[in-house]
Design a protein around this ligand. Sequence first.
Ligand SMILES: [Zn+2]
Length: 369
Amino acid sequence: MVYGALDIGGTKIAGALVDTAGRLVARGRRATPARGSADELMAAVDAVLDELSAHPEWSGLSCLGIGSAGPVDTVTGSVSPVNIPSWRAFPLVERVRAHPGLPPGIRPVLVGDAVAMTAAEHWKGAARGVDNALCMVVSTGVGGGLVLNGSLHAGISGNAGHIGHITVEQDGPLCPCGARGCVERFASGTSIAAHALESGWAPPAGTAPTAAAVAASAREGDARALAAYDRAAKALAAGIAATITLVELELVVIGGGVAQAGETLFGPLRRHLGGYAVLDFARDVPVVPAELALDAGLIGAAAAAAAMTAGTPKTDGSASTPTTAGTPTTDGSATTGGTPTTAGTATTTTTAGGDAAAGRGARELPAAS
Ligand SMILES: [Zn+2]
């Protein structure tokens, strides 16, 4: 038995067959034609699926997970990756399902990339055996995912854990998402570099002004570089403390490019967390680096699919687990009413959050088929 995985990002589309021990037994990969048309992008996904389906292990496929740059909508099975402009509400699940190599009964499971990373860390990485954890990716953006009560908590539309867009400064700088003072506005690699430059830091001659260059200067004691990391760490700490206080966590895992700064980030982060997470139940939650790097997206997509399809009857791909239930069948019907308040009933197969799902359906319809 193997799990299939696709990892769709702004630079590459990767695929793999993952065995039940979490090892990659086959791989496929294409560069993302990020400026290409929707169909050119899909052709790259199909090419990766062609490669995987030609592998002998494909016959043992038990599920297929798709981790994608977000936002994703697991109710409609569509994706709108910020850095892939020609995919807006693109019906990725339906299109992957239409690949001729896909065995009947395999319903692709869509998750956001940060949720996939969380599934990977929970299965094979730093959050192994931990029932309540927040896993974060801090790089050009700030993302996250939650494990609650031992299970991946993806949320109604697959976007739970979006810690990068929690406000930590009420009147803070405007974020591209439209809100103010978001964690990401302080802690993303881009924000760290921009803040350091604004405060007078300059990268060594011939070096690009990246967060990694700021980290190198911080390690040499540059006060402006240290201040930029302290500011990022403080914002992360405030967001993490809010999350711990809200849901109670045992562990926080941080990966992504910015986390490669090591103690330059983790040192001030732990210190600030001590000042924000002060209630007895919220104090002293360990914050550790992620363990999986390169293949976390693929391993996580496989893990999420395996978890979410457990117990799904193979004969009927529909709606058997709470986490996948919202994914529409091919007709995608019923949410088209456009009346967010009254259409709530009977529109999705989820039991909880039907109203919310209906509201989303009304403003973000699946692409007309
Ligand atoms: Zn934001």
